[in-house]
Design a protein around this ligand. Sequence first.
Ligand code: SIN
Length: 314
Amino acid sequence: MPRSVSLATTIAGSSLTSCLYNASGPLCTTSEELDALGNSEAGAILSKSATLEPRAGNPEPRYVETAWGSINSMGLPNEGYRYYLEYARRAQSFGKPYFMSVSGLSHDDNIEIVRALAGEAAISAIELNLSCPNVPGKPQTGYDFEQSRALLERIFEYVDQPLGVKLPPYFDLPHFDMMAAVLNDFPIAFVTCVNSIGNGLVIDVQAESVVIKPKSGFGGIGGDFIKPTALANVRKFYTLLREDIAIIGCGGVKTGEDAFEHILCGASAVQIGTQLMREGVDCFARIAGELSTIMQAKGYRDIDSFRGKLKSLD
Ligand code: SIN
């Protein structure tokens, strides 16, 4: 990384030496995977979304890589929130923030988890997942504005750590306004845009079949196709949310240029999902190097020099 360039950022009051870290999903479920993130150049460690009890998730095959990205219907396989709470103490040895993703299967589960996490200083912040598309029978809370408000009202009675939310992608402009109106009413620290595009279908023409087993083949789409949607969500929420709410970009980041685009749209940090699954934790150093090279060529010393400064043509 060119020495004159800094990728440092601040999320929820925590300092990150690099604005690049993992999305909650791939390679962040076991302590070994979390250790690998800790030992990598990722700026933070984010856990797999935790439920109240451990879950095996959906039947396999449930994750398939394609030329353009991935389809998954993992179904929140995870070790249960107690495991990720326990891991928080170990995470401290890496000297970077540890964020815990929480995805209770009901409002009551989410409340119980955030109450149990209260007082745990080793958890730098909580990312509340409002957008998993893969649990049969459980709609994505983020598409229901009343339910999102009702959950946040209860959560903020109990939560101790700074809290952000992971949103599904929105596609209709009024929906951005409606969700922003909800979020602006709460002391939210950050918003992660976006989770996978839910319920896509990938087909194996040779076999004339779907490629994943759960939900008749329907699953969340990640990778190249999601980037324009992710950028639009980052940009919209950057313009609609209170200035103190940081935006974290997620979707279609394979290169330093992709990360640059997210930051230009307003992201204060950038998460990597499908590419992390494909390349492993070395992707953080590579993408950081590429981003630094672009910044140096453009004369930007830090990410605040260009964050949110996307130009329009009017
Ligand atoms: C999953 O475990 O199904 C993926 C997590 C998510 O999309 O939030």
